[in-house]
Design a protein around this ligand. Structure first.
Ligand code: ATP
Length: 459
């Protein structure tokens, strides 16, 4: 029996070029225009490998994939123009060994087929669970499709993942998508930002503590590891973790066991670790600030998130999404971008990446006067840093507070204003009250009174 490669695709053009490329590589190919025809042929013979499209008139390619998987026929490679995380993950779950995003590179496709044929000996284990739509993560650009493909591919595995990328590129969203598309999705997803927690508290945040472990520890508290039991622990800004704690974390990752701070009971955990950093970990290793062995434990699979400037084609989609989402969240009338304004938005630089674009769109949703956003609304004073930026942010806050039916808005805003001014001035004067007061242009007594007020309100 000749080993046949089957192609199932309703697009004749795709079938033709792919078949030609595979024949050039010395393979025997048979083409089918729909799932029914392929199923018919399956009565007599079975393919060495099958390539199938997902969405076709009539029957969906994924259904066929499931049947082949059940009968032990394969491997199967999925080809689709739909590269969202949910579709990709569904394909892998149904047993696909690879996912080719259309339009694909022919050499790449041939290489994938050869790889799959070579590894027939090791069948994949399907992981069945309900599909969770991960539609939060948007993008159509080539680099983002590649990211989605990778997420779909590794979500079901229990491998540790390291997500790298500049600030605001969506690292946390990717971590959540990995969790949601995994078998752990019904268990907790727990996030911990290593940089946001003082280093002396970090250990007990991670591993919890027993009552009396340190001053102020009045009762036993579970750490993030315990909270994430069975699920995923997302360690953000891992590059900032103090060395001593890195050593401790490494031990936990190696042994799967830990003690609470001040505790004697050994706790065995089952947690998948997804870590993220905007720093160059290898450079931190070279500089002695990060343990090489810990890096290797975390960096089993790496997902690199591209900065927004390398995928500008995603900006219009993201911008429109953020504009609509803000209107929805704040119950504001919906707005849309004029063509010219959207073009300007797509041309801007976003050092803060998607987060900065999101903030811009949120401000526009609140402050742009008409229902259509015009280039003038993007003028310097309107949204650029400096200018009216903080009052815009304030305005956004007020609108949200009003929509939320809050009544003490003025008092809260004044308190926040005072506190911000005082803290900044005191910091600048290194705690010298007289200097801070004169820098702000208020009397020392006023400053002291405001400090007191701010303290009592806070408690
Ligand atoms: N591809 C995307 N689609 C939709 N929203 C996105 C996308 N990427 C990022 N965002 C949004 O941008 C903001 C920043 O994303 P996120 O917090 O995941 O970034 P990050 O890389 O973890 O940032 P940091 O390094 O500063 O922690 C979030 O509000 C997130 O919802």
């Amino acid at each position: 029996m000749t080993e046949e490669i089957w192609i199932v695709d309703d697009d004749r053009g795709v079938r033709f070029v792919l078949a030609e490329a595979l024949r050039d590589a010395g393979l025997t190919v048979r083409e089918f225009g729909d799932v029914a025809a392929a199923r018919e042929a399956l009565r007599d013979t079975r393919p060495a490998l099958l390539l199938t499209d997902v969405r076709m008139p009539g029957e969906d390619g994924l259904g066929l994939l499931g049947e082949l998987q059940a009968q032990g026929i394969g491997p199967v490679i999925v080809m689709s123009a739909y590269t969202d995380v949910a579709t990709t993950a569904a394909a892998y779950r149904a047993g696909a060994v690879d996912y080719l995003a259309k339009p694909f590179d022919l050499d790449h496709a041939v290489a994938s087929v050869q790889r799959a044929l070579a590894s027939v000996a090791s069948p994949t284990v399907a992981d069945h669970h309900a599909t969770v739509a991960t539609d939060a993560l948007l993008g159509e650009s080539v680099p983002m499709r590649e990211v989605f493909r990778l997420i779909g591919r590794i979500a079901a595995s229990d491998l540790n993942v390291l997500i790298t990328g500049e600030t605001g590129t969506g690292k946390e969203l990717v971590a959540r998508a990995l969790h949601e598309e995994s078998a752990r999705h019904e268990k907790p997803f727990v996030a911990l930002n290593t940089a946001a927690i003082p280093s002396e508290l970090l250990e007990s945040e991670l591993f919890g503590h027993e009552a009396g472990a340190f001053t102020g520890a009045s009762r036993r508290v579970a750490g993030r590891f315990e909270q994430a039991e069975g699920g995923t622990l997302f360690l953000d800004e891992i590059g900032d973790m103090p060395l001593a704690l890195q050593t401790r974390l490494l031990r936990v990752l190696a042994g799967g066991e830990f003690y609470r701070v001040g505790g004697r009971e050994l706790i065995r955990g089952n947690v998948r670790i997804v870590a993220a950093t905007h720093q160059d970990l290898a450079a931190r290793v070279a500089g002695g600030q990060f343990r090489a062995d810990l890096m290797h434990r975390l960096d089993v699979v790496r997902i690199e998130l591209p900065p927004l400037r390398t995928r500008r084609s995603d900006i219009p989609l993201l911008a429109q999404h953020f504009l609509a989402a803000t209107a929805r969240d704040l119950k504001l009338p919906s707005k849309r971008f004029s063509k010219a304004a959207l073009k300007l938005v797509a041309q801007r630089d976003y050092p803060g990446n998607v987060r900065e674009l999101e903030n811009l769109c949120r401000r526009l949703a609140v402050i742009a006067p008409g229902s259509e956003i015009l280039p003038a609304d993007l003028g310097a004073g309107a949204v650029a840093p400096g200018g009216g930026e903080w009052t815009d942010a304030l305005r956004e806050w007020v609108v949200a507070a009003l929509a939320g039916g809050e009544t003490d808005i003025h008092a809260r805003a004044r308190e926040a204003l005072d506190r911000t001014l005082l803290q900044a001035a005191l910091q600048a004067s290194e705690g010298h009250r007289q200097n801070a007061a004169s820098a702000l242009g208020v009397g020392r007594n006023t400053l002291t009174r405001k400090l007191g007020a701010s303290r009592t309100r806070k408690r």
